[in-house]
Design a protein around this ligand. Structure first.
Ligand SMILES: C[S@@+](CC[C@H](N)C(=O)[O-])C[C@H]1O[C@@H](n2cnc3c(N)ncnc32)[C@H](O)[C@@H]1O
Length: 239
């Protein structure tokens, strides 16, 4: 009939409008800093997490700086307590845009290697010129590094909801040399409920590592409106 639009065309138009509206809502939403933190913590897969961090990457440093991100200073202090300056290579696991690598580099550490799920975050990290290598890789089973390869590992802000699981710790121990250090943060909401406490204790009972120190809890991003946002830092020595 003249003037009638075929059903397929109507469906196609609806889909186009829906996609555009969704994209515009997502863009508006991404201008609110607090929402970005919630958004990445509600990711339900590595793919979703990588996509969300890719979208945030270019604005990430400015947001974290405006929130008064405290972890870099705290981690620098703890790294200085345990990791000798000539330790190399050092893995920055979940390196993101390289905020921690930058601090370690300024302190004089060399051979810092970045690993992250998000290519967008790694691209920003690469531009800082502080990493000897950068790998787009997921924390967890089957990490593509030889056993006993790293002198030390740091992992900051990456053990949280919607991020890397407790099983990541098995592989971090495998790729760290005996007597090497693993220093990492765990957010409060995943420490017990997310299985980190149990996993960390199992590894201690199995004599895989020795706990040296727990620092915190502290609020890592005081400027963000996030009631659960406390972290502890754990320092372990691999046996
Ligand atoms: C909150 S950011 C922290 C980045 C950086 N360490 C810092 O302190 O600014 C968390 C990072 O972990 C990465 N990530 C999330 N899940 C991961 C996984 N399963 N394996 C590796 N990286 C992951 C994200 O892409 C993101 O860059």
């Amino acid at each position: 009939m003249t003037g009638e639009i075929p059903t397929e065309k109507v469906l196609e138009l609806c889909e186009t409008i829906y996609t555009k509206v969704l994209k515009s809502i997502e863009e508006d939403f991404m201008t609110i800093p607090e929402e970005k933190a919630r958004w990445v913590m509600s990711a339900e897969s590595n793919k979703e997490s990588a996509e969300r961090y890719d979208a945030w990457a270019e604005q990430y440093d400015a947001d974290l700086q405006s929130w008064g991100y405290r972890s870099p200073a705290i981690i620098a202090g703890i790294v200085g307590r345990y990791i000798p300056l000539d330790s190399s290579p050092i893995l920055d696991a979940g390196a993101g845009t390289g905020i921690i690598g930058e601090v370690l580099n300024i302190l004089g550490y060399k051979g810092i290697v970045a690993l992250d799920l998000s290519k967008g975050m790694l691209d920003v990290a690469a531009r800082k010129g502080v990493y000897s290598d950068l790998y787009q890789m997921a924390l967890g089973k089957g990490m593509d590094f030889p056993t006993d390869y790293f002198a030390a590992v740091v992992c900051v802000g990456t053990f949280a909801s919607g991020h890397a699981p407790p099983d990541s710790l098995d592989e971090l121990i495998r790729i760290t040399r005996p007597r090497g250090h693993i220093i990492f943060t765990v957010r409060s909401e995943v420490y017990e409920r997310g299985g980190f406490k149990r996993k960390q204790q199992e590894l201690q009972l199995a004599n895989e590592w020795q706990l040296l120190e727990i620092v915190g809890p502290y609020i890592s991003i005081p400027g963000s409106d996030d009631p659960e946002g406390t972290n502890k830092v754990f320092a372990y020595r691999v046996t």
